[in-house]
Write a protein that binds this ligand. Structure first.
Ligand code: NAP
Length: 279
């Protein structure tokens, strides 16, 4: 049995650190390595992997979408997203999953004590991460999720893909954000704003004042550990959570797929977070 993460670039990936620590904690001597696979090379990789004892892999850029037509089976959540990040060999068949949305829900539960069922959420962004989180919130029973994006057409397209019709698109401007924040118990930042190395920044944090005092603020970014958005939210007395718990929880869920058995999720997430902190 061998596990890998594939992508291009991929050698910077933290997945070998995270999975290596979890496998060691489970006492399993299973290698997990990073493997460069260039765009267009997936068919050759899948053939090579099957013959080389690779029983599962994680996929990152640029393969998350390109893998779909090449797999034998795709889990419904991954199909709805149009992206897979975890692939397992089961009885000779490649089966694809996506653990990003599940990772976000686990992080919200553990980190903020939030179950989205019946809640209204304000979600910023409409890229790949936003889609995973928005659809997961809808699936988990959120009453309404406002998806605000700089490019409104992307938000509209994302919302149109929710089979439960719980997503509503809106523009990304201070007035709209403030008015929607007033009815939201959860704010999720899925944009790049505040990420290390990203040139953009929030122009105005006034919309945080409109959130109810019990609201939670979840920023998917984990570099830096506390973005300006989270610092501003914390100063206003709001509960905050960065992207690290989502990162480690999506890895725990991926490992459950690889091993095809449930794990002690919180303990595994703790192991992974500790390994990351020491890496
Ligand atoms: P993406 O597909 O490139 O989407 C980026 C989003 O940010 C788009 O909605 C984009 O709006 C918006 N944006 C970028 N610059 C902006 C600006 N100056 N003003 C307003 N909006 C701006 O990226 P992604 O893969 O979804 O990732 C988004 C963030 O989530 C990244 O910081 C990433 O590190 C983080 N993430 C974290 C995890 C985790 O496990 N914690 C997992 C995945 C992603 P437009 O559509 O208008 O361009």
């Amino acid at each position: 049995m061998k596990l890998q993460v594939i992508g291009d670039p991929v050698l910077h990936s933290k997945s070998p650190v995270i999975h290596g620590a979890m496998l060691a904690a489970l006492g399993l001597d299973i290698p997990y390595t990073a493997h460069v696979v260039r765009r267009g090379e997936l068919p050759q990789y899948l053939t090579w992997a099957k013959g080389s004892g690779v029983t599962g892999f994680n996929a990152t850029m640029p393969h998350k979408e390109d893998l779909l037509p090449l797999l034998d089976e795709i889990d419904p959540a991954a199909k709805a997203l149009g992206a897979v990040n975890t692939v397992c060999l089961r009885s000779g068949k490649w089966v694809g999953f996506n653990t990003d949305g599940g990772g976000a829900l686990a992080a919200l539960k553990d980190g903020l004590g939030i179950d989205p069922a019946g809640h209204t959420a304000l979600l910023l962004g409409a890229g790949g991460a936003a889609k995973a989180v928005a659809l997961a919130l809808s699936q988990a029973g959120a009453e309404r999720v406002f998806v605000c994006n700089r490019t409104l057409s992307r938000a509209q397209e994302l919302c149109g893909q929710d089979p439960l019709a719980r997503l509503t698109s809106a523009p990304f401007d201070p007035g709209t954000l403030s008015s929607l924040a007033g009815t939201s118990q959860l704010l999720v930042n899925c944009t790049n704003l505040g990420m290390e190395g990203c040139p953009g920044r929030f122009e105005d944090f006034g919309f945080l004042d409109a959130l109810p005092p019990e609201a939670g603020v979840f920023d998917l970014i984990y570099h830096p550990a506390e973005t300006r958005l989270l610092a501003q939210a914390r100063r206003r007395g709001l509960r905050t959570l960065n992207g690290l718990p989502m990162l480690v929880n999506q890895a725990v869920l991926a490992l459950e797929h690889f091993l095809n058995r449930p794990l002690e999720r919180k303990a595994m997430a703790g192991t992974a977070a500790a390994a990351l902190a020491n890496s």
